[in-house]
Write a protein that binds this ligand. Structure first.
Ligand code: SF4
Ligand code: SF4
Length: 522
């Protein structure tokens, strides 16, 4: 089955009942002056991608040829300090903003040329249509990050960026568009999972318009011209399901030609979460009736609506849950008590290999995290008097842990960002000075928030996420257990409080200043 046909099949299995889906109906961010016009512009995404492509070029050039001192190199500073801070900011303000501007997808032009050399695209194996591969890649990434000290090596960081571009290109050439984003990219999937706590999502403006919409171009793509071309149209991108919509029928016309639909298979009137949404706004451009909104909603609204039931269920939820525990491990690995514990474990195992110790620790955290989540979820279901099995309990309550994961990553990344946000200025000055230009880097620029406030900022983020997790717990409890929910929710409440206490304990430790040369300076 072709990719568009497969996507159409998804719709037929229950995503096509436009208007029956519970979507938020808040303020449409695209109604802000000039935004809808920009989003509908054919080259809007390109305009967002080009600055990040330029930054990626600096990363590769400085990483491979620059001075190999991490806090003075664009590669390490941009990737491990600034990108992560801005990612959290984007997720907290609008949603998956990084994927919207992801420069990896600029390999599309090259991939289209290369794919003509192949007889046809391959189908992504059915066995890999879940997030299990992504979980394995995330785990491999977190391990590699520690084992190879990626944050300390501009050279390795540059090769990582190049490898990422190569992988995106290879998958894009061989498999249908969207495969890399949905089934492979650890970075994008990290964003998808944490965007559950974001305050906006794509929705239909008027579900009735969608119900009457014949071709569903937001999903399949649209081809537009003044007249239907004689003998149909043939475009390498269009696919069999792109709908022909004449120019005269397009509300708020945005040009002729082909406008691709959603490459990750989301159908606008049925979207209930940010999972798999790259915020590319293809749907906004493809919809002939201007019927797509970027709607403001309560942050985390989707968490108590079991949003991932149709997007991969167990594997999607497990990815979200594990991110919380991988985050804990990632933060722990930067504080002194961890070094002592790792030393003791190394003696216990009789090995001096850091990789072996880390594999054992990550395996332990994975099993412990899943075990504790299952235990709390099972206890909650049992107390609620509705025991439907371990998996059902996990799928009901796992979203609470996803909310905690958002808080952990947000607090941790914000800490690093605030300790070095302004360092990008001298790092770029140094890039040019190192290459012979008369520039004097101002290395005093680094921190933006006084050291005394850093823990308070982290604690505030942690508190907000914990509140979200508690709220999610209460909503799930009342949703599924009625008045008995007041009893059912207690195991998850205790889980949230214990996780929050542990998180604060870890964040309160003196943390290794990865990627910052000066550390707190005031
Ligand atoms: S193309 Fe527009 S009107 Fe048609 S289904 Fe999609 S969002 Fe609705
Ligand atoms: S086309 Fe799909 S991935 Fe892109 S913004 Fe719309 S729903 Fe999200």
């Amino acid at each position: 089955m072709s990719a568009p046909a497969a996507r159409a099949g998804t719709v037929a299995r229950g995503e096509g009942r436009a208007g029956l889906v519970d979507q938020p109906r808040g303020f449409d961010l695209l109604s802000l002056p000039g935004l809808r016009r920009f989003a509908r512009w054919r080259y809007a995404r390109l305009a967002l991608q080009l600055p990040l492509l330029l930054l990626a070029l600096f990363v590769v050039v400085d990483g491979l040829t620059g001075r190999q001192v991490a806090p003075r190199n664009v590669a390490t500073t941009a990737v491990w300090l600034h990108y992560r801070g801005l990612l959290v900011l984007g997720l907290a303000v609008v949603g998956n903003a990084f994927c919207a501007a992801c420069p990896l997808m600029l390999t599309r032009g090259l991939s289209r040329r290369l794919e003509r050399l192949l007889p046809r695209k391959l189908a992504w194996p059915r066995a890999l249509r879940s997030k299990w591969l992504v979980i394995a890649l995330l785990l491999a990434f977190f391990l590699a990050y520690e084992v190879f000290d990626l944050w300390a090596s501009p050279w390795l960081t540059a090769w990582l960026a190049l490898g990422y571009f190569g992988a995106a290109l290879a998958v894009d050439v061989l498999f249908p568009a969207g495969t890399f984003c949905r089934w492979v990219c650890p970075l994008g999937n990290f964003n998808f999972a944490l965007a559950t706590a974001s305050p906006a999502q794509i929705t239909a403006v008027d579900p009735d318009v969608c119900r009457r919409c014949e071709h569903k171009p937001c999903l399949h793509g649209r081809y537009t011209a003044p007249e239907r071309p004689a003998g149909g149209f043939s475009l390498p991108l269009a696919g069999a399901h792109a709908g022909f919509v004449p120019s005269a029928e397009v509300v708020n016309p945005n040009g002729d030609g082909f406008f691709p639909g959603c490459e990750t298979g989301l159908f606008v009137p049925t979207i209930t979460s940010n999972m798999d949404c790259t915020l590319c706004l293809n749907c906004v451009r493809a919809c002939p009736y201007d019927n797509v909104a970027l709607t403001v909603r309560a942050p985390g609204r989707e968490l108590h609506r079991a949003p991932w039931a149709r997007r991969g269920r167990l594997s999607v939820l497990t990815m979200g849950v594990l991110l919380a525990f991988f985050g804990l491990m990632n933060a722990l690995a930067m504080v002194p008590p961890f070094f002592d514990a790792a030393q003791r474990l190394s003696e216990l195992l009789g090995t001096r290999s850091e990789a072996v110790v880390l594999v054992v620790l990550y395996a332990g955290v994975t099993l412990l995290g899943l075990g504790l989540t299952l235990a709390a979820a099972s206890a909650a279901d049992a107390l609620g008097g509705r025991w439907e099995g371990l998996v059902a309990a996990y799928e009901r309550w796992g979203y609470v842990v996803v909310a905690l994961g958002f808080g952990l990553w947000a607090a941790h990344y914000t800490f690093h960002f605030l300790t070095g946000a302004l360092s990008m200025v001298p790092v770029f000055q140094h890039f040019f000075a190192y290459r012979g230009l008369d520039v004097d880097p101002n290395w005093r620029l680094a921190q933006v928030v006084p050291s005394a406030y850093l823990f308070a900022v982290q604690a505030a983020i942690t508190g907000a996420a914990s509140f979200l997790a508690l709220y999610t717990t209460a909503r799930i409890g009342l949703r599924d257990f009625g008045r008995r929910g007041a009893v059912a929710m207690w195991p998850m409440f205790l889980f949230v409080l214990a996780f929050t206490a542990l998180q604060l304990l870890v964040l309160a430790q003196p943390m290794e200043m990865r990627g910052t040369i000066l550390g707190p300076s005031f």
